[in-house]
Design a protein around this ligand. Sequence first.
Ligand SMILES: Cc1cc2nc3c(=O)[nH]c(=O)nc-3n(C[C@H](O)[C@H](O)[C@H](O)COP(=O)(O)O)c2cc1C
Length: 732
Amino acid sequence: MTISVWRYSHLALAVSSFLLLTLAAVTGIILAFQPVSEKLQPYRTDNFSGTTLAQTLPALRKTYPDITEISVDANHFVLAKGTDADGKKLNAYIDPISGKIVGTPGEKNEFFQWVTGLHRSLFLHEVGRFFVGLTAFLLLLITVSGTALIIQRQRGVKRFFTKIAQDNFAQYYHVTLGRLSLIPILIIALSGTYLSLSRFGLINVPKQVSPKIDFDSIKDKPVGKPADFAIFKDTKLSDVESVEFPFSEDAEDYYTLKLKTREVAVNQITGEILGETKYPMAVLLTNLSLDLHTGRASGIWAVVLAFAAANILFFIYSGFAITFKRLGNRSKNKYKAAESEYIILVGSENGSTFGFARAIYQSLIKADKRAHITELNNYTAFPEAKHIIVVTATYGLGDAPTNAAKFASLLNKHPQAHDVHYSVLGFGSHAYPDFCAFAYEANNLLAHQSWATPLIDIHTVNDRNPDEFALWAEAWGQQSGIQLSVLPQLQSAKPSKLVNFTVMANTATTQTDGTFTIQLKPKRGQRVTSGDLLAIYPANDHRERLYSIGVVAGQIRLSVRLQPNGLGSGFLHGLAVHDVIKAKVIDNGHFHFPAKAPQVIMISNGTGIAPFLGMLSQNDSKTPCALYCGFREQASYNMYRELLEGCAAGGKVNSINVSYSREGEKQYVSDLIGRDADAIADALKKGAVLMLCGSLAMQKDVMELLETISSEKTGKSISYYQSHGQVLSDCY
Ligand SMILES: Cc1cc2nc3c(=O)[nH]c(=O)nc-3n(C[C@H](O)[C@H](O)[C@H](O)COP(=O)(O)O)c2cc1C
């Protein structure tokens, strides 16, 4: 919620000021070159930095007896005024020690003067100055709201400068450059605001008053040498704004030193300080603001200001690009929600998820389906709905995007009046610890609705990977019978990168539940890990069928249930030893054996045991593993018994728990989980990883049970463990 308050403020401020801000930034960049170009003039002498008034004033007075004043500008050029030795007017840049003339002040550059006028007042006098001041203040607010957004995005002040997760170009650089130029922009905004406030008298800047001199007590003894006066020795030229020389040699005439912080009157004969006034804070702040806002005091700072002003222009561009992308992704619908059979509900903060969801929507419309796409926050009762597809990103600390924040409460408020299939597709990034947490939460919430039946298991897409998206589309299409052409280039193309696999064994038995195992030898060099998927193309067209892989003794082992008229299972069933098939291995990284888990609990039913057979047989590091597997009857388990008992003997699996649903006690795997609830909750608390593979029905049962176990015994929802990678699932 707070993210949207900051975001809307940031946007509203930017929209209301972007025209003036553009003008101020462009003129600001140009003006930053003024101090740089001035500093390039050869009027600054090498000996400036260490020079004190004791070194310069007596020397100058000797060279120019009628000198009246020297002033030091922001470029450290020393300008002398008065009359020279020949009685001519003196108005020149000089070397402060030798008095040598190094240049004469020229006319101010007209172009810079014109740009300065535009920058300060838009040539509109006081009205213009007011708007420019207001723009500086708005920039200050934009900077503050932008900082709050970065803090939220980075999850805390401490992580402010940690790595930024890669996003689209505009977004990534909006944040990256925002962090980089935050301080200079803050300084520009603050100093600009301050200068405007003082200009309009809203900050009281008192007139500078010269020190009061008691002329009656002015002494003319002891006579000292100006080069030995303490005040001259202690004052560096770089601290001086100007020095007025005494008008005559009388003791009543004195030096007036206008320094950066005070004004001092000095007796020209004794060197005594006759009077002193400190400048008020408001004057010092005005000078500091001028130094900081114009860059006049330092060429390097002037370049930093130019960089910051250029960044402001980039922020205006990238900010609008982000906003248009967000707005542009809101879809128009052909059918109303109330008349649609397919409801696509989207959770998206920055719009990219909308792009994917719209591809699904358009695909359904093309297939002549009545489909409707809207935000998750618009969830309500959908009288005609047959399918609800939730497509959502995750934000914040595993939270819902803003347009999905109300989904949980709306879901309870508006139960559907009839059965509806649902499926959830999560978009997220492994750069965040709570990967796709909100999608998991949405999936669990839906699973608890009596009217909701899962069509396929939840899928996640990391960093908008199109292949992972296509995988979901394929799975959804298979179950719904509607071919989704979400990625035409992927779908229409003939399957590519297929390689040969040789059939080494096929048990194509007459098991009563129709399951059989098939072993395939991959070509040398083929990378494959238990938990990956084997994609086969039985009809040599786009139709793809996926099977979970277990790697046992270097061979791929698939467990398959023969389906009546099953395209894939029928094809595999008919294979003979030595046959060669073309297929490809799809990396399914989210379902690999966890490398670092203190314990792994594997839960499967039926052919879902396939990846676990491989994982256990490869568990050479002997990570503690418990297997819970369910079958219809003992005969099905017997196919794996030898292998599993070998694993147990080798210490690769610590417990094997088998349930049979049609024999003996007629148990499901969830009954075994319920029996061991305490041990499972304990393991979760200690960081164990639960892996589920098998049917969606089993998954629904087990997840419901795990939710109860987890919230009652660990005090955390199961979605917490899901989003922390402690519950991995690959169900179909
Ligand atoms: C500030 C921020 C926080 C995010 N937090 C998470 C997170 O906790 N978990 C996750 O899986 N992805 C997270 N993401 C990644 C987004 O969910 C992902 O980039 C998604 O594709 C963005 O979709 P959208 O453009 O529709 O908003 C985050 C992204 C951002 C910018």
